[in-house]
Structures are given as C-alpha cells and as structure tokens.
Design a protein around this ligand. Structure first.
Ligand code: SAM
Length: 280
C-alpha cells in the first residue's frame, strides 16, 4: 500500500486494521521493552508508527522517541495521540531512513513492513539495521504466513466433519480466499493492493542478510474474539504475528557490511551528507 492508501485508513484505524495493539500492548512486547537496560538514556524509534498507539508507552520509558511514518494522515493522528515532549514525529519512507542512520538504540516496528516488492523489502530491512547504533536492538512485529496456513487447517478440519472430501477442500479454499494468497512469495492480494506475510525462516534469512545477529522469534497472539471478520475457533490455540528481537552487531565493520552495502548500492561512489529529517 502507498502512503495515500494508508491516509484513507487513518480516520477509522482499528475498524480497518487487525492490530496486535487493539487491546493494549501485547505482553511479549512489554517484556521485551522492560528488558532494555538504561532506557531513560536511550533513543527509541517507532518505524511505521501509524496513529501513534505505541508512542505514549515509549515516551514513558525512553529518553527520546522518534515516530516515523510516510502517511501524513497517520502522523496527524499520532501527533494528537501523543503530545509528550520527548517525542518527535517525522515523515519518511522506511526504504530511505538516511536521516536517522546510527541514531537509534531500540527500533520498534509493528506491522509496518508490508511491501510485497522484494527489492523494496531488501532496502527496508537494510534501513532498519542502519538506523541502529552498534549493539542496538530491533523489536519487530510481522504478519505470520504460518498463521494463515494454520487457520486453513482448522477450517479444513471443520469442513471435513461437515461434508465430502471434495466439498471440504473446495470450501476451505473459498473461505480462506486461497486465490488471493501467494504462498511462495508470502503475499495477499486484493484488487490493487498487496500485503506481505512472513514465514519464520524467511524473517531469519532477511534479518541475517541485513546484518542482524542474535535473532530470536516469538509470537504475539490474537485472541479469537479480536480477529474480526476471520473464521474463529475459540477452542483452539489462537493465531499470531511474529515478534522478532534482533541485534545490530557491535562496531565490527565486517559485521555491518551487508546492511550498509544494500543501502549504499543505489549511490555508488558518492559521499553522502547526512540529510536533515523533515519534522512534522
Ligand atoms: C498496519 S499500520 C501499523 C501502525 C502501527 N505500527 C500500529 O501497529 O498501530 C502500518 C503503518 O506503516 C506505515 N507504513 C507502511 N509502509 C511504510 C513505509 N514504507 N514507510 C513509512 N511508513 C510505512 C503506514 O503508513 C501505516 O501507518
């Protein structure tokens, strides 16, 4: 989705978006934030901050907070949601965060890395790494492709009990909207827009290639009653997004090279001045 598509979603955000923040901060994210030492002396960035749901909690913990998004309407709501003095909002594309390179101790991104374009994805992951200071930490929530497959299994199991094998297969595909998913590339397409979902192995691969190390994956759960229009199976374990914790290695240039190379590739041989961040 482009920035202007997100602009249209901003006014009615929690109706339009299935969000892990709808019922407050998910516990695993709170634990990960609690585990950051000396947070008062650190800078956190919410990359793809949306309407700013996370910003007050970050402002209460960290010395400085950057909220970054490319949608003006999202940023306007974020500004209204969080007036804390240690929060600065900036309009920027996650595929080009040059103005913030090396400025962040803890980068948080919650379901904002959604582009289905693999080249753009490479740039975004490289930029997530590049914003971090050495030893900085990424805490990211990413839509899980496995959760869709899991839901497909539950739908199929139910339909098998109700009808013939052929009908059960056909109904499962229809209910899951299988034709809209590309399970190889991890995308969901509806009309003009497409969204990325991630397999666990893919996240590990992409993060490692972007230069991250100490990559840990956990789950943020979606209680069945919060998944809206989706099929619901309250007796079964819930669906989930991936929660990632990953570290940008301490100062070794070799360790940082993959992320930096991806960012530099578009401007061969030129010395870059640090661009000024547009503050909104
Ligand atoms: C699903 S919303 C999540 C918002 C927020 N993180 C939350 O969880 O409430 C995705 C947000 O990411 C932003 N976004 C998506 N792609 C982006 C990009 N390439 N650069 C900057 N922001 C982006 C959108 O504008 C939108 O505000």
């Amino acid at each position: 989705m482009r920035a202007r598509d997100w602009d249209r979603v901003a006014s009615d955000y929690f109706t339009e978006v299935v969000s892990p923040l709808a019922a407050g901060l998910p516990r695993p994210l709170v634990h990960a934030l609690d585990a950051v030492p000396d947070a008062r002396r650190k800078t956190a960035a919410d990359l793809g901050c949306g309407i700013g749901t996370l910003l007050p909690a970050l402002a209460a913990r960290f010395g400085r907070v950057l909220g970054i998004d490319f949608s003006p309407a999202m940023l306007a709501r974020a500004r209204a949601n969080c007036r804390a003095g240690n929060v600065a909002l900036h309009r920027a594309d996650l595929a080009d965060l040059r103005a913030f390179h090396g400025r962040v101790d803890v980068a948080i991104t919650v379901n904002a890395v959604l582009t289905p374009d693999p080249d753009r994805l490479d740039r975004v992951f490289a930029e997530l790494a590049a914003t971090l200071r050495p030893s900085g930490v990424l805490l990211g929530i990413f839509p899980a492709m496995e959760a869709i497959l899991y839901q497909g299994l539950l739908i199929h199991e139910r339909e098998r009990r109700r009808s013939t094998p052929e009908r059960a297969r056909a109904k499962t595909s229809a209910i899951l909207e299988q034709a809209k998913y590309d399970f190889v590339h991890g995308t969901y397409r509806e009309a003009e827009t497409a969204q990325k979902f991630f397999y666990a192995f893919e996240l590990e691969y992409r993060l490692r290639r972007a230069g991250f190390r100490h990559i840990r994956l956990g789950r943020v759960l979606y209680p069945w009653e919060t998944v809206g229009g989706y099929e619901s199976f309250p007796a079964e374990p819930p669906m989930w997004d991936w929660l990632v914790r990953a570290t940008r290695p301490a100062a070794s240039r070799a360790g940082l090279r993959p992320a930096l190379r991806a960012v530099d590739a578009s401007r061969p041989g030129r010395r870059r001045r640090r661009p000024r961040a547009a503050r909104v």
